[in-house]
Design a protein around this ligand. Structure first.
Ligand code: PEP
Ligand code: MN
Length: 258
């Protein structure tokens, strides 16, 4: 199975990923805030070995009063930065009405946690020929998550990356509880590649590195990491976004798994 436009190959077991490095490193800001912010971040994460740039244009937020993304303008910025850096890009599709616009720019289409069981959306992305990253619903069991992936596969698209991003439990020390046991479980049950997102999984900057290492040790095929040039003034998820020097440190320490 090939992920188009990305120098990555995944074999039929979803195991081997061939790029300049063996893992899919998805990195970038939670939300696209400006051309300068995205370009600066993209250049930096690329210099450290990331192969996919993330950036939200349509943001699902708990409160309607929070920053909900630059939407179409964000997609334009993503397109420009993709052209400028040559990085593959991923962004979230929240609404089926935006499919064409997101498809045009994004190399991988992200389905967010809140939409994991939006069956209309799953059916539509299943008809597309681009890889889909399916984030686990924050209250979804493994069976429900796999069922959601089957909606996409049923329409003919089996290019799916399964992303563990933490679930809601009684534990309130972290934003979510990162459920790393699912990494080997999903790989065994589905043969699909698994990405671990310790940023949303913990919500705590200091926990990103240890949970990245743990995810890779558990067999993850890649990571999704939020990075921002100035997390203190980020318009979303600043508290879980790495500063550039912390990202550099992370990339150095995970080399053992690359
Ligand atoms: C994201 O990755 O931008 C995001 C909103 O994550 P999740 O859907 O996992 O909350
Ligand atoms: Mn985020």
């Amino acid at each position: 199975m090939y992920i188009d436009n990305i120098n990555i190959k995944i074999n039929s077991c979803g195991k081997e990923i061939i790029a300049k490095q063996d893992k899919i490193m998805i990195s970038g800001p939670c939300a696209i805030e400006s051309y300068e912010q995205l370009l600066e971040t993209a250049k930096f994460v690329k210099s450290q070995g990331a192969n996919v740039l993330r950036g939200g244009a349509f943001k699902p937020r708990t409160s309607p009063n929070s920053f909900k993304g630059l939407k179409e303008e964000g997609l334009e910025i993503l397109k420009a930065v993709k052209k400028e850096t040559g990085l593959a890009v991923i962004t979230e599709l929240m609404d089926v009405r935006d499919l064409e616009k997101v498809y045009e720019v994004s190399d991988i289409i992200q389905i967010g946690s809140r939409n994991m069981q939006n069956f209309t959306l799953l059916t539509e992305v299943g008809k597309q020929d681009k890889p889909i990253m399916l984030k686990r619903g924050f209250v979804a069991t493994v069976k429900e998550w796999i069922g959601a992936s089957e909606y996409i596969i049923a329409e003919g698209n089996s290019k799916i990356l399964m992303c563990e991003r933490g679930i809601r439990t009684f534990s309130d020390y972290t934003r979510n509880t990162l459920d790393l046991a699912v990494v080997p479980i999903i790989k065994k049950e589905t043969n699909l590649p698994v990405i671990v997102d310790p940023s949303h999984g913990t919500g705590v900057r200091e926990l990103i590195k240890p949970m990245s290492l743990a995810g890779l040790a558990a067999g993850a095929d890649g990571l999704m990491i939020e990075v921002h040039p100035q997390p203190e003034i980020a318009l979303s998820d600043g508290e879980q976004s790495l500063h550039f020097n912390e990202y550099e440190d992370l990339m150095r320490d995970i080399k053992i798994f690359m």
